[in-house]
Design a protein around this ligand. Structure first.
Ligand code: ATP
Ligand code: MG
Length: 414
């Protein structure tokens, strides 16, 4: 029987043409802006020891409990395709002995992530994130700078209109313990109305219920206590300082006491940049402070803060796709012109001008191809031109043509 035709695996996508250009524009812009803030780019492996992501039994997030691509490799080791990169960056800080060196360290990254989720618009099984981390600072200014850099990137991409920063604090350990007790009391009183998942969360990590997407849960969550009544004076002061710095950086924000993060290692600041333009997949950038994670990787106490953003979601929001560069087509006419045409082709490319040549064909076919590749100009080189040391420069938009000296043509096109 005939095999069905091969398709990309469910939840994965090919990036071709305009899709790739949008994707790359997001990454290039984030790379450029984060460099202005002193972030250096790191690349860590796409797969890691499973323990990098599943640390002990403590993590109750959906990502760790349900979404990881975990397998045993041929050597018998448990391997996980990274679902996010913060854990890998912290692992790398420790593995490379950098946690003992001068901190903070400011890291930017971009790359593919993998989560076994139900695919829909803006939600894939292989998706891409950009992100930044400040490793080794407990100062609220670090939180504010990380957020300001994210806002700057959204502005540079032209997607900041319609995007708002929602911010919350998860407090310090004593604040959280008090808040946790209040949440347990509240949700226990409504236990039978919670989704089965959230009943499990009630025992293991009641804060996680606040992140539930279940409709019934969301109704209960609306009336749940907020952490603000349980903050210690220190935690409240930290949060106030973050907001003061955000004001100074000119970053608008809105308090949202329901924000917890998708992963369990966060404390103090938690934030999301959300848009109303992507339906249910409205969070484009999300992050917070994670003071315990580097220690969980076996490093010294290293308070840190960062965010990650979904490249696919930002690509969807980009107001317009970047144009592909328009080439210049070199068109030899007759055999004698073929060699000199190749010389001209390479000198254009070495001068930084995008240039193409058809591999074969007469003048008519080559001009057709020049139009098909959307060339901005054709450089036509025949025997007469060779003899005179010139080339015919045809502007393919205007339809005009003129004779230009060979040694002046690069200057004209640059
Ligand atoms: P969500 O609530 O949408 O599932 P999350 O809390 O799981 O998000 P994070 O782990 O904080 O997401 O990841 C940061 C960002 O990465 C998200 O805000 C989103 O833009 C993007 N992202 C997360 N999961 C996916 C996915 N499966 N496909 C595409 N983008 C994603
Ligand atoms: Mg998720």
């Amino acid at each position: 029987m005939a095999q069905p035709p091969l398709q990309p695996v469910r939840g994965t996508r090919d990036l071709i043409g305009e899709d790739f250009r949008r994707h790359q524009a997001v990454i290039d812009t984030a790379r450029r802006i984060s460099a202005l803030y002193g972030f250096e780019e790191w690349a860590t492996p796409v797969f890691e020891d499973t323990r990098v992501f599943a640390r002990g039994l403590g993590d109750t997030s959906d990502v760790v409990m349900k979404e990881m691509y975990t397998f045993t490799d041929r050597g018998g080791d448990s391997i996980t395709l990274r679902p996010e990169m913060t854990a890998g960056v912290c692992r790398a800080l420790v593995s490379n002995g950098l946690a003992q060196q001068a901190l903070p360290r400011k890291v930017f990254y971009a790359g593919p992530m993998f989560r076994y989720e139900r695919p829909q618009k803006g939600r894939y099984r292989q998706f891409h994130q950009i992100g930044i981390e400040v490793l080794g600072s407990a100062e609220p200014l670090a939180d504010a700078e990380v957020i300001a850099c994210g806002w700057h990137i959204l502005q540079a991409l032209g997607v900041s209109d319609g995007t708002v920063l929602e911010i919350n604090t998860l407090g310090d350990a004593p604040s959280r313990a008090a808040y946790r007790a209040a949440l347990v009391a509240y949700f226990s009183a409504h236990r039978d109305r919670l989704s089965p998942d959230s009943q499990t969360r009630l025992e293991r990590n009641p804060l996680r219920i606040l992140d539930s997407k279940d409709e019934g849960d969301r109704r209960l969550i609306a009336d749940a206590p907020t952490i603000h009544d349980y903050l210690t004076p220190e935690a409240a002061a930290f949060y106030a300082a973050v907001k003061r710095h955000l004001d100074r950086f000119g970053v608008p924000y809105r308090d949202n006491p329901r924000i917890v993060r998708g992963l369990d290692y966060y404390n103090h600041t938690a934030f999301e940049f959300v848009t109303d333009r992507l339906g249910a997949q409205g969070t484009v950038m999300a992050g917070g402070r994670y003071d315990g994670l580097v220690e969980e990787m076996g490093g010294p106490p290293t308070p840190s803060v960062g965010w990650a953003a979904g490249v696919e979601r930002l690509s969807l929001l980009l107001p317009r796709a970047p144009e592909a560069p328009r080439p210049v087509a070199v068109v030899p006419v007759g055999e004698a012109a073929e060699g000199p045409a190749l010389d001209l082709l390479q000198s254009l490319r070495r001068a930084g001008i995008v240039a193409e040549i058809a591999y074969r064909g007469n003048l008519k076919r080559r001009m057709e191809r020049a139009n098909r590749i959307h060339a901005r100009a054709a450089l036509i080189l025949g025997e007469d031109e060779l003899a005179q040391g010139v080339v015919q420069l045809r502007d393919l938009d205007a339809g005009t043509q003129e004779s230009v000296k060979l040694d002046e043509v690069i200057g004209r096109l640059a």
